[in-house]
Design a protein around this ligand. Structure first.
Ligand code: ADP
Length: 491
């Protein structure tokens, strides 16, 4: 390019959920926080998401109608309204079609393949038809928006508004890919008579995969931690897409998510009884004593209190915890778990709660307030995940001076610095293999420091609490890659 452009980078962030409107998982947190941080860092970011019936009325009432048009889906034209509101300085656009999105739930319907193909096409139509929506970068997230980069290239290249749009596809969890019968090519995607495009989507004789399309069509692929970016290229983690990640490895980047450091702050957290900070750790002991009382654990400051907070699914490495539980109990460790998920996991931990009396507590619930009390009152957070694209719990725990014990995978490996007993460096403890004894050795090693070396423990807590997990750091890295794609726009 021979000219420089001194305007802000204009980014449209497309996601199927965003806090505070709708959230089922980590993607909702990212879409709710990252755009604000990007704007603060000097970009011009807006967000586009479906207008679900379940969005609270206080927000629906603030939405303003900005456009309406028809979205071509194969042989049909489907109505689409665009509404918008501004929340904490970020403009959110909502794609309105009551037949698709005014339902009780979010995902899990028989026609999800059609609903999110519609959403992805509506994003392209919005870029083309809504004059105020001027876009340099379209950043899509997970399979629900994966068809947008495909549609943009196949149907919108001739449009002035779309021609220079660069696309990024961000993988939050490769397990969910949006795979459907190839009938969608004819009836929904409109790609049946485009064999080149169709062949990019096929994964077997009669199924097509939306995520595969995004991985092949996007200008750049990102994921939520550098280690997960490497792991995605391995068969063990890649869920059948590893060969494609390998093929595109020069266009694949990993950027660690942040956490909302205002919500998660032990110095100001309204949900804990005794607030504390790096230079005033005394009250944390009171939070621990209160938590032990609340959970029916022995009120004893010398017992390390190990907490676990999260979905009770196989991903989280709970098999290791179950196997090691007896050994941990024998050594005088306390374990408290908060979560919901698979029934057999829930039952196993309820059984431990019943068996081990005042040494083990299981709360099978989703309870945000209790999670705050556990992050504050715990000594150690255990997270032995089989895979973990980023993981938020370990970052939150560090902010509360609750030292993480994690398996070396994905974002756990990228956010927890292992303890080095010679230099005192570190923010937690790590082990490598999916092996219960290895996990227990690591956890009991941490307890040993807790019991015998108070200075080392205090230093680790300080280092963990001072680590930077803010969105500002992540936003800076995203801005960097936006400028890689549009070097003509000034930073
Ligand atoms: P994932 O996205 O795989 O579920 P993360 O560690 O990235 O795991 O994020 C989980 C988030 O949800 C954390 O903020 C955690 O505190 C919260 N959370 C998970 N389960 C519960 C629960 N049962 N009660 C309260 N908060 C929970």
């Amino acid at each position: 390019m021979s000219y420089r452009d001194s305007r802000k980078m204009r980014v449209l962030f497309a996601a199927s959920e965003a806090v505070p409107f709708v959230k089922t998982g980590g993607l909702g947190d990212v879409a709710g926080s990252l755009p604000r941080a990007l704007n603060a860092a000097g970009a011009d970011v807006s967000v586009i998401l479906p207008k679900y019936g379940s969005i609270p009325h206080e927000y629906q009432d603030q939405m303003r109608h900005v456009a309406e048009f028809y979205v071509p889906l194969a042989w049909r034209n489907v109505y689409c309204g665009i509404e918008k509101l501004t929340y904490k300085g970020v403009t959110f656009y909502f794609v309105d079609n009551e037949a698709y999105f005014k339902r009780d739930g979010i995902y899990g319907y028989f026609d999800d393949g059609e609903r999110y193909a519609f959403f992805s096409k509506a994003i392209c139509e919005a870029i083309q038809n809504v004059p105020e929506l001027q876009v340099d970068i379209l950043q899509c997230n997970d399979w629900q928006t994966a068809m947008a980069p495909v549609f943009l290239r196949e149907f919108y290249q001739g449009s002035l508004a779309c021609r220079n749009v660069k696309t990024i596809f961000t993988v939050h969890n490769v397990k969910f890919q949006g795979q459907f019968s190839d009938k969608v090519l004819q009836d929904i995607l409109g790609l049946a008579d485009n064999p080149t495009a169709a062949s990019q989507l096929y994964v077997d004789r009669d199924s097509v995969n939306y995520m595969k399309g995004a991985l092949l069509y996007s200008d750049l692929i990102t994921t939520v931690s550098p280690s997960y970016a490497s792991e995605l290229q391995m068969p063990f983690y890649g869920e059948g897409m590893d060969a494609i990640f390998r093929r595109r490895s020069s266009s694949l980047r990993g950027i660690l998510n942040g956490i909302d450091v205002d919500t998660w702050n032990p110095a100001t957290d309204p949900l804990i009884s005794h607030r504390y900070a790096v230079d005033d750790m005394g009250p944390k002991a009171q939070d621990k004593a209160e938590l032990q009382r609340e959970l029916g654990l022995a009120e004893d400051p010398t017992r390390p209190l190990v907490v676990m907070i999260g979905r009770l699914t196989n991903q989280k490495g709970l098999g290791l915890v179950r196997y090691a539980m007896n050994r941990l109990m024998d050594r005088g460790v306390q374990v408290a778990i908060l979560g919901t998920g698979d029934k057999d996991q829930e039952d196993a931990f309820k059984y431990f709660d019943w068996t081990y009396g005042d040494r083990m507590a299981a709360r099978i619930a989703f309870d945000n307030a209790l999670s705050h009390r556990m992050y504050a009152g715990g000594d150690i957070l255990l997270m032995p995940s089989e895979f973990e694209p980023c993981g938020l719990s370990q970052m939150i725990a560090m902010r509360y001076g609750t030292l993480p014990v994690v398996r070396e995978t994905g974002g756990l490996q990228d956010s927890v610095v292992p303890y080095n007993k010679f230099t005192g460096e570190g923010t937690g403890f790590r082990f490598a293999n999916m092996n219960a004894d290895e996990m227990a050795d690591c956890l009991l090693g941490a307890c040993e420091v807790f019991w015998t070396d108070h200075d080392a423990w205090a230093k680790l807590q300080r280092q963990a609490m001072e680590a930077d997990f803010s969105w500002d750091r992540a936003a800076d890295e995203y801005l960097g890659i936006y400028h890689d794609l549009h070097p003509e726009i000034d930073r």
